[in-house]
Write a protein that binds this ligand. Sequence first.
Ligand code: FAD
Length: 402
Amino acid sequence: MKNQAKQYLALDVHQATTVATVRDEQGTIRMRATVPTESSAIVGLVRGLGARVHVAFEEGTQAQWLHDLLQPHAERVIVCNVRGLSEMSNKSDRIDADGLSEMLRVGSIKSVYHGGSGVLTLKELVRCYTNLVDDSTRVMLRIKALFRARGIAAPGTSVYRVSERAKWLAKIESRHSEIRIDSEGTLRIGAMASLSQLEQSTEAMARFPVMKRALRTLSNVRVRNVARIGGALAHGDPHMDLPPLFAALGARVSVMGHGGMREIAVEDLYAGYYETTLEKNELIAEAIVPPLNGAKAAYMKVTSRSADDWPALNIGVRLKTEGPGHIREARIIISAATEKVTRLNEAERLLTGAAVNDALLSRAGDTAIGEVSFLSDAHGSAAYKKELLRVYLSRAIREALS
Ligand SMILES: Cc1cc2nc3c(=O)[nH]c(=O)nc-3n(C[C@H](O)[C@H](O)[C@H](O)COP(=O)(O)OP(=O)(O)OC[C@H]3O[C@@H](n4cnc5c(N)ncnc54)[C@H](O)[C@@H]3O)c2cc1C
C-alpha cells in the first residue's frame, strides 16, 4: 500500500555516490542513506518512499539528468540554487542533505530549473522578445525621422496607429503627389505621385505623348499603381524606363535634404549601378520636365522577352530641328545596356547641325557604340546590346522626326 504522507528527500549528488536524507512532514529524519549515483539505485530509493515524495538537489552538471530521471517517480522535483546551501556553516555531505531536506520541507528553496526543453523555449522566447523590442524601436524612430525629413512633426504615438495611417500619409501625399503644368509649361510631378497618376493626367500626357507611350509598357498596371515617381527615379536600376526618358527630355529633380533644396539634372542623378548622386539625407521632392517647345521626342524600350519586361536597351531622344530632317540640337540617352543612364555626347555632336539620312545615322550608330561600355546581363550580352544600339539609335531618331 502506498504511503499517503509526504516525504522530503534531499540528495547530495557526487560523481560516484549520492548521500540522501529523508524527512517526514513533522521534520523528523526518517532515513539516511548513501547510494551509487546510478539511475537504478536513485530511482529505487525514490520509489521506495511512495508516491508523495518531494525531491530536492543542487544545481550542477548532473542536475538535468537527475531531474528528468526522477520527475516521473516523484510528486515534485526541485533543482535548487547552490548559493542557498553554501551559506550554511559546517558543510559536509551529510549536513548538506540534512539541511536541504529541512529547507525542502519548509518550502524555503527556489526551483531554478524547469526541464530541458522548457528552458530552451524560454531562452528563445526571451531572445525573440528582445529582438522584437529593438526592431520595433528602430522602426518607430525611422517613421518619425521620415516624416521629419518631409517637414512634418509627428509628436506622440498616433503616427504608429493603423487607424491613423491614412491621415498621416495624406499629409505627405497632398503636398508631394501633385502633378501640374506651371505657367511656363513645365511639368511638375510630386515624388509621391504614382506612375498611374501620371499616366492618367490628361494634361501631362497631351504635352508629352512620348511619356504616355513609355508608361504603357512600363511593367503592368499593378506595378504602375504602386510605384512612385520618386522611387522610379531614385532606385538607380539602369533597366528602369523613366530615368533615360526623363534625362532625354532634359528633366531635373528637386531634392530636399538637411541642407535645404537643390536641383539635379536627371542625367547627373546616377553614379553607377543602383547608385545615385543623392546624399544620404536627401529625398527627391519633385520631377521637373521642361516643355518640349516644339522639340521632338522618342523613347524606345527594347526587350528580349515580352514587351513590358525589363529591357536590354532603353533609348530616349529629344531633337530640336530646323527644317524637315535637319537637326539643330540633339539629346540622346541610353540605359539598360550600360551600368547607368548614359548620354551619347559624341553621337549628339555628329548629328547636331546635320541633315538626317541613312549614311549619317549609320555613322552615328558607329560613334555611339564606340563611346560607351556595354553591360552583359540576363537580358542580353554586351555584343548583342551593341548591335541593338546601332539599330535602335537610327530607329529612335527616325521616330522622333516622323
Ligand atoms: C514586378 C516589377 C516589374 C517592374 N518593371 C519595371 C519596368 O519595366 N520598368 C520600370 O521602369 N520599372 C519597373 N519596375 C519598378 C517600379 O516601376 C518601381 O519604380 C520600383 O519598384 C520602385 O518602387 P517605388 O516607387 O515603390 O519605390 P520604393 O521601392 O519605395 O523605393 C525605391 C528606392 O528609391 C528610394 N526612394 C523612394 N522614393 C524616394 C524619394 N522620393 N527620394 C529619394 N529616394 C527615394 C527608396 O529608399 C528605395 O531605395 C518594376 C517593379 C516590379 C516590382
